[in-house]
Design a protein around this ligand. Structure first.
Ligand code: ADP
Ligand code: TMP
Ligand code: ASP
Length: 237
C-alpha cells in the first residue's frame, strides 16, 4: 500500500495527496456531490466508494484500448494511486447525444443522437463557471501548444470509441463525458483526473433512465441507486 505524506489539493469531489514517491499521488474520492460549479452541494454516503470503483473499471477499459492515462493501482478504501501530472486547465467534452449545455445553448432537443461525435473545450475555472473556449484561446493563452492540442483531440475521440462500445455492451448509452489531461514527470501527455458518472452522462440503453449526476443536478432521484446500476452493468464487461 502506498502511504500519503501531505495533502496537496482538496477539490470539490476529491483530495490529492503527495506520497514518498515524487512521481506518484494518491487520489481520494470524497462523498461530496456538487453541481453548477459548486453552487449546489450535498454529502452523499458511499458516493466516493462508488466513484472510485467506477473510475478503476473505466481506466481499465482505457488500458485495454492503449489509451495513455495516469492510473497506477488501487489503494485502500476510496483511494487510487496515480502518476503526478501537471494539469492542463482545460476540460475536454465529447458528445454522442444531445443533452445538457449543448441542448440549452443551441435550442436542441435532448436525446437526439448526433451523426458524429462533437468535441468541445471549456476553461477550468469555478469562478468563471467553466466558460466554453476554442482551440485559439488554448494556443494564445498557452494552456497547450498546437501539437499537444492535436494529441488531446485524437486521444479524446479514441476514449470515446473505446468507452462507447463497452458501455453499449453493458446496456448503457454514453451520452457525453468530460476528461482532463496533464503531463507526467517524463513529459508524457496522459488522461488524468477521473471517469465517473459525476463527469459523464450515462443512460440505460433500454429504458432511457438517467443513471448519472443529472439525478442530483435536476433532483431526478437517488444518486447512489443510479451509480449502483452503472457499476452492476459495467462489472459484467
Ligand atoms: P475540482 O478541482 O474541479 O474541484 P476535484 O475535486 O475533482 O476537482 O479535484 C481534483 C483535482 O486534481 C482537479 O483539479 C484535477 O485537475 C487534479 N488532478 C487530477 N488528476 C491529477 C493528477 N494525476 N496529478 C495532478 N493533479 C490531478
Ligand atoms: P454540459 O452539458 O453541462 O456542458 O456537460 C457535458 C459533460 O461534461 C457532462 O457529462 C458533464 C461533464 N461536466 C463536468 O464533468 N464538469 C463540469 O464542470 C461540466 C460543466 C460538465
Ligand atoms: N463539475 C461541476 C461541479 O461539480 C459542475 C457540474 O457537474 O454540474 O459543480
Amino acid at each position: 500500500m502506498v502511504e500519503e505524506t501531505k495533502l496537496l489539493y482538496e477539490g470539490k469531489a476529491k483530495k490529492m495527496y503527495e506520497t514518498s514517491d515524487p512521481n506518484l499521488l494518491i487520489e481520494y474520492f470524497k462523498d461530496d456531490a456538487t453541481a453548477f460549479n459548486g453552487k449546489k452541494h450535498a454529502v452523499i454516503d458511499e458516493k466516493g466508494a462508488m466513484n472510485k470503483a467506477i473510475t478503476v473499471k473505466i481506466f481499465g477499459w482505457m488500458n485495454e484500448c492503449g489509451i495513455p492515462n495516469h492510473f497506477v493501482e488501487e489503494n485502500s478504501g476510496r483511494e487510487i494511486v496515480v502518476k503526478k501530472l501537471k494539469m492542463i486547465p482545460v476540460e475536454v467534452v465529447v458528445r454522442n447525444v444531445v443533452a445538457g449545455s449543448l441542448a440549452k445553448r443551441l435550442g436542441l432537443k435532448m436525446g437526439e443522437p448526433l451523426p458524429e461525435p462533437i468535441l468541445e473545450f471549456f476553461y477550468k475555472s469555478d469562478e468563471l463557471d467553466d466558460p466554453m473556449i476554442n482551440e485559439n484561446h488554448i494556443k494564445v493563452f498557452k494552456w497547450a501548444d498546437e501539437a499537444t492540442l492535436d494529441k488531446m483531440k485524437e486521444i479524446a475521440f479514441r476514449v470515446n470509441e473505446c468507452l462507447k462500445t463497452r458501455f453499449d455492451k453493458a446496456g448503457i448509452t454514453l451520452v457525453d463525458f468530460k476528461i482532463e489531461f496533464g503531463f507526467d514527470n517524463d513529459g508524457n501527455l496522459l488522461v488524468g483526473d477521473e471517469f465517473t458518472p459525476d463527469g459523464s452522462r450515462l443512460w440505460d440503453k433500454e429504458t432511457g433512465e438517467i443513471l448519472d449526476k443529472d439525478r442530483f443536478r435536476k433532483d431526478l432521484g437517488d444518486l447512489i441507486e443510479g451509480y449502483e446500476k452503472i457499476m452492476m452493468k459495467i462489472s459484467r464487461i
